[in-house]
Structures are given as C-alpha cells and as structure tokens.
Design a protein around this ligand. Structure first.
Ligand SMILES: [Zn+2]
Length: 103
C-alpha cells in the first residue's frame, strides 16, 4: 500500500477543500451506501467528464459548495434544453402558419 495522508479520503473530490473536525461544511458522499450510482456521481460524470467509481480509491466525498455548483449546472442545463424545445416548437408553429422561412 502507498503512504496516503490520513485525511486523503476526507478532501473534496472536486476542489480538494478540507476542513477540520469543527467545520460546519458537511462533506456529501458521492455514492449512496447500497448503490453503485447516485445523482451526484451521475452529474460529476455527465457534466465534468470525470469518471468516479466506488472502487477507484480516490476520495468519495464532495463539499457542499461543489454539490451546489453541480445542482446549479443541472438547473442551467434543464433550462437551456427546455428553451431549445420551446424555440423549436415556436419555429415549427410559425412555419405551419406561413410556410417555410425564406432565406
Ligand atoms: Zn469542493
């Protein structure tokens, strides 16, 4: 085994933040205890292109700040996809009223 510092598995996987025992910033587990997937792990892989696995020997926690950023990113993604759908629907509707747009 390699010589890892004792706190290695307590740092945030995404920003390396670490706070001591009296810190109020809770670290959130990336994986649910009895599942090999979770909302956090899926967002990390989808939005950050970082592969995480319960067996990868790297820290399995993220800080609250990083979890919030992932949530914001997720909300932004949902909003932009919804906007895209609405724009396409509007274009389709406008075309159905007046025929294709002339270029
Ligand atoms: Zn973090």
């Amino acid at each position: 085994m390699c010589n890892l510092p004792p706190k290695f598995h307590s740092v945030c996987r995404l920003c390396l933040s670490f706070c001591g025992d009296n810190c109020s910033d809770v670290k959130l587990p990336i994986f649910d205890r009895d599942k090999d997937k979770s909302r956090l792990s899926e967002m990390i892989m989808a939005y950050l292109s970082i592969m995480v696995s319960p067996e990868d020997m790297l820290p399995q926690v993220v800080c609250g700040s990083c979890a919030n950023k992932l949530d914001e990113f997720h909300t932004f993604r949902e909003l932009s996809h919804k906007s895209e759908r609405l724009l396409e629907q509007f274009l389709h509707y406008a075309n159905s009223l007046s025929g294709p747009i002339e270029i």
